[in-house]
Structures are given as C-alpha cells and as structure tokens.
Design a protein around this ligand. Sequence first.
Ligand SMILES: [Ca+2]
Ligand SMILES: [Ca+2]
Ligand SMILES: [Ca+2]
Ligand SMILES: [Ca+2]
Length: 622
Amino acid sequence: MHKKLIPFFIIMLFLGMSILPSFSTQQIKNEQVQTINETITFSTPDIKVNTNDIKSSITLLEANSYLQLPGKPILPCYTQTYSFPTKTTIHDITIQPDTPITTTPIQNDLTVSKAQLPPGKATQEIVTTSSLLRSVTNTLSYPHQWYEYTINNGIKEGEPSLLLTIQLYPVRIQETQLYSVSSFTITITYEEPVDNKPTNTHGYDLLIISPQEFIETLAPLVDHKESKGIATQLVSLQDIYDGTIFETTGRDEAEQIKYFIKNAYDTWDISYVLLVGGRRPGIQETWYCPVRYAHIFWVEEGRYVSDLYYADLYDGNGNFSTWDTDENNVFSEWKNNGFFLDDVDMYPEVYVGRLPCRYTWELQVMVDKIIFYENNPSSKKIILSGGDDFEEGPDYEGEVACEKTLDYLQDYEVERVYASQTDVTTDNIIDALGTGATFIHLQGHGSPVKWSTHKPDGFDEWEAGIGTYDIMKFSNEELPIIVIGGCHTAMFNVSFTNRPYCYGYIVITEGIAWWFARKIDGGGIASLGYTCYPTGSVGENGDLDGDGNNEPDCVESGYGFMQLEFFKAHGQENYQYLGECWGYAISSYLDHYKLPATRWNYHTIQGFALIGDPSLKIGGYP
Ligand SMILES: [Ca+2]
Ligand SMILES: [Ca+2]
Ligand SMILES: [Ca+2]
Ligand SMILES: [Ca+2]
C-alpha cells in the first residue's frame, strides 16, 4: 500500500488544523469492525548545546528512533508497528498531532547527520557545512510532515500478518524555529478476516526449485527432508514455465517463478523455498535459476541481485508484490538522480535460500553436507572475528558487534580472533575453529573475494583476513553457519568476466560466501552476507533501535544490526530453522528502518542473502 504522506509547505497552515488521511472514510456497520484508539505522549524536547563544536542537538525522552538524512539535522522520532492477522482490512487510519504546537527558537546550528556510506567508504565523505540548518529548512519544514506510515504483509511471530508501521515526527524545524507537539492521537479502524486458515489438504513445508539438470542429484535430499518431517516438493523450472502444476503467470522467467512460489504458498502452505542453480559459466549472463535485480542506486552501485524478491509475495493491499509498481519493467527502482519509483513491500512471506551451483558435483557436495549436518548434532560454539572498522568513532566496531552476538548466544563456548589482540588471519581463525563450531561471525569489510578488517587505528593497513583461496585450508569436521559482515560478501553473480568490486585482487569464478558453504571436507554449511553494499553505522547518535538501551550505533543500525537480529532470532527468540532467522532479521530491520525510505537501508535489506538451505535445522536434529 502506498504511504499516505501529507505534505505541508507553509507551517502556519497546520496550526490547529485537523489532519485527515487522503483516503475516503467508509460507512461501517459491521460488528467485526474494531478500533484501536491510542494517545502517544511526548515530553518537551530538549535543545542541548554540544560544548565541543558549539552546535545544538535535539533530544526527546520518548524517542525510539531518529531521522538521519545526510546533511540534515538529526531529529528524534517515534516508530511503532501494529500487527494484524493477514487479510485484515484496515478501513481507516487517523493520526492527529494534538494542539497546541509549541514553537521554540534554536540559537545555534544543529548537528547534522553525516553521509551514510558502506563500510570501507564510511570515512571518506563527511558533510560538515555549518549553515545547513538554514539551507535545508529555508522554505520547507523538516521533515515535511508530522508522520508517515506504511502497510505491509509479512510474518510476525510465525503467523502471516498485516503490518502497519507508523513513524511520528513530534519534532520538526523550519529556519531557526523548532515546532513540537506533546501528543498524537492514533485511531485505526479495522476488520479481521472471518476465517484465515488455509484450506489446503496437501501441505508442504519446503519447495525446492531446480533446473532439470540438477533434479536427479536432489532426490536424496528430498528423501532426507521427508525423513525429518519436512514435507518437501521438488519442482523443475521447466514445469513452472510450462504450467504443468499451476497455470503460468508472469512477464518473464523470474516473475513466473515468483508466481509459482505464491501459488505454492497459497495452495500448499509452504514456508521454505530452496532455489538451486547459479550463474551459468560463460561471457553472457545466463542463469540456471534466474535472479531478479533491484535498481536502487547508492554509492556507485546501480543494480544488484536480490533473492528477497522471491520471498516477498504479498504487499499490504493483499496483492502480488511485483516490485514494479510503476510497471516499467525496472524492478525496485530508484535512479541516481531520481525519485523512488517502485513501492516495495519487502517483508517475506516465505524463507528463501539459494545454492548457486553451476555443476552437479557442487550440488552433490551440498546435498551430502546438509544430510551429514542435520544427522550430527553440533557443539554450541561460536567463533567471533573483527577489528576496528571505522576511523572515526572510539569503538572497535567489528569487535563490538561480535561481542554483542554473545548477548543472544549466552551458553555458547566462544573463541575470539580480534585485531586488538592478535592478527586476524585465516590460520588464526582455523585454529580457533578447531574441529568445528555452530557459527562463525565475521564483522568487517568485504568484497566478493575477500573479508578483512583493521587493527585499532591502523587504517592504512589491512589484516590478512580470509580470501577466497584461503578457504581451501579449512578442514573442520563440524560445519558452521558463517555470517560474513562486509560489502558484497554474498555476491554470486560474479564470474571470470564479471568481477566488480574485486579491486584487481584475484581472478575468481564464484563468490566467497558460496565457496565457504560448498567447500569439500570442511568449511561451512551455509553463509549469510550481502549481494551489494550494505550500510555501516559509526559513532553515537542515540538509541537508534529504540530498545531502551543506548549502545554504540554499530550494533543498532546498518549491517551490524541486521546480523545481530539474525543471531537474536535463534538465541533469544528460539527460531530453529535457518531461513526463519534470516526472515526475522529482514522483518525486524524493516520494522525499524523501512521509514523513511532511504537508499542505504533498502540496499542493506535487499542485499542480505542466505546462501544455503533455508529449511536447515540449526545445530542438526537430536
Ligand atoms: Ca519500476
Ligand atoms: Ca510481503
Ligand atoms: Ca539500543
Ligand atoms: Ca547508540
């Protein structure tokens, strides 16, 4: 559903004025109609003068979120997500900032937000112009509205849900005045569906989609999954394109696959989708199992692969989530110097992972590894490795994020390979790993072929880290799930002829996340990383994730937050299947950072990829 934004161009206009959503109110006489009525109150905002730079910053006691747009003042705001059973009809949403609006003069320029950049680029460009307060708010108030909201369809606590996220802006500025309100009244009128249960009789848990070449190799995996109680349906791409099972719908192969997944979700109530097949060898880009490119330009990156496309089946209107709402055949589009064109829901309904194999032998390795893994219970052990990722900020961000993992995995044995204590090298990580572990969490900088970090304050040099060819050295018996925090670490559209972001390092045919997962005799069982630039967060600008505990921003937003939500899903929320943890992380990130729409957060969400089996039982079956 499109966000309803109410722009205000002259701030005096809305003094005392009612704010009505831009859709019509219906006459409601149904007994099923329910109403949420809520008042959210705020203290008087505090304008603090920072003694070090004679700039002011604005704080608000109840804020649980911050508006941080580059070059503009950092403003406290408030986010809340309401969840309803899926197919709930929302009849009306009224969000009313209560009068009076208080006006306070701002004496100093405000601290402005720095440009959001990916890890590794975060130190290069910082906006410091002192007169920005006036320049951004000369004629328009900032932000331009008191609130915005978005309605999406996804999964909350295991149930298909309609998710309404409201972002309130109780503090706004114009020129040198601060405008604030002490409360908002929110009224939501909605109607839950009468019967929400799927009516299918032939349910499946796992759908495996594969080209014909790989079908035979997957047969033992289907048998194994069935033996563990995971009802599995294996379907060839040809069957999807030919309409053998469900009628073929869609403008191209990727959309036909997505419609098939939607039909399987509706009819069979599937939870997991395993896509089998990567890029075919060769100069031309062709795929064993097609991909969808998202087109949100950020930094120098104009497009990137997003398998989240296949997981986000429905939007907040209950319609098929096309990712191309302006219908120009460019998906998830936000050009370099243009507007945000496609309204993308992004909340997953199913959990999607991919084995981007090119050869039958690679797939055979993965099938054997998954069966071995699930039949052999794991230790409870984690390897953490990181260093100092950003030149600015007092923290060693990679180490801080790694340590935070232990908040969620409290009974785990831990081995640390931190740049502040030792050299971050493949050999040291292999020593720490020993015979194996449940997880490896690497947090730092990446490329399709390399992961590394820096020693504290040693930004001119790189630690040796792990390169693609170092993966040959791993000979562990127990197979960890590897979370590789860094840019492009899960890129799987690389080839001999397509090697962006590799900086002349090494000639490769496949990415580091996939090589880790499909290593023969050792390595991992699955990897998570990014198919594009995610955003990094550095420094300290408040309790960005709004959990009431102000921590360094590197664990509260950006890629650090995403990865930690993955660990939280398993360790704290008790999700047992790999794909559920991936989906939890994506959904939580969306709850916090879908609004306001920003290029860097959309990259981070759409790029976070699971290279592995989404139905994998973490730690194996007992
Ligand atoms: Ca489009
Ligand atoms: Ca969705
Ligand atoms: Ca926090
Ligand atoms: Ca913080």
